[in-house]
Ligand binder design. Sequence first.
Ligand code: NAD
Ligand code: DAU
Length: 339
Amino acid sequence: MTIIVTGGAGFIGGNFIYYQLKHYPQDRIVCLDSLTYAGNLKTLEGAMKSDHFCFVKCDVADREAVFALFEEEKPDIVVNFAAESHVDRSVENPEIFLKTNIMGTQVLMDACRKYGILRFHQVGTDEVYGDLPLDRPDLFFSEDSPLHTSSPYSASKAAADLLVLAYSRTFGLPVSITRCSNNYGPYHFPEKLIPLIITRALADESLPVYGTGENIRDWLYVEDHCSAIDLVMRKGREGEVYNIGAHNERNNLQVVKTILSALGKPESLIRFVKDRPGHDRRYAIDPTKIQNELGWEAQTDFDTGIRKTVQWYLDHQSWWKEILAGDYRDYYAQMYANR
Ligand code: NAD
Ligand code: DAU
């Protein structure tokens, strides 16, 4: 089989490529990525050594280039990770989120319609369901929860999901969607909470926690996300949405303190800063459907996953130090200046 993985130079897409090369060595993987600030060819250095892998620099919203690639590769499966993915950036500049996350998805599906496909899989997010109150731990997001978005990022992801379901119903395109909770693990860009805290704590720099630190996220080790996507795109029912999560809820302060303890760094590094506008309070996934239909189970609990992640950042300092030394410095200065 030939599988096009879009956004494969990013965090989850990169991990997914390694998962595919390890478990399906006979398949051919084509990574399509435009290498935005979040895309990094260093992440794919190991994959480049494989004869079953190739990289193509291309924007998912560039219709001509995407169609030319499909013409050449005639993929069996397309799995779409390509996205602008950071909520804070979507507050500063929403437009690129609409272009990549919505229009890019449409261009890919148009190419799938023209050239034929076994499956188009859309990598979605639990953020499309909005948030849950902090004082109702009995509530979870199911696949039937209403879409109720808070940020330009989540609104763009919800629009893409709706478009995917529309292409299924109207054109009979064989699609599936997964909606996952927060991921963490290797190759995570240091603008996101966990890698930001690890890399700053290692340098004994202050650790910005938005608001009171009570917001809750439902954390999943990235390899478990990869195994779930793999199952759904190969065996999941067409036209269906599957939620992915493993009941690993923690508030942000707990997450930061767990990392500090793993690194042996003091809690005095924590600084409470101005809250994110529209900050979602709690995400919590009900993964019953994927467990019952496909037998998926997460393999990594939060404490083990955090230990593995911290160790990865200790062992791969050149990967993240190169990022911190580039445009990221200006990003951090601008984003956190008035907090
Ligand atoms: P990321 O920001 O680390 O990587 C995104 C990748 O997409 C980068 O390699 C970037 O270069 C590429 N890209 C961006 N715009 C592109 C374009 N126009 N054309 C081609 N490539 C483009 O993101 P991530 O955290 O790996 O997230 C991947 C996907 O998973 C996204 O769709 C995101 O919405 C979804 N998701 C993420 C999480 C999470 O916790 N990170 C959880 C659930 C779902
Ligand atoms: O739930 C899935 C989503 O998880 C994905 O769809 C997104 O692509 C991904 O970025 C992530 O979104 P979040 O906004 O939850 O992740 P982030 O790492 O930006 O923030 C996690 C929590 O930590 C959130 O409550 C905000 C808080 N935070 C974040 C940063 C960057 C801080 O307190 N301080 C920070 O500096």
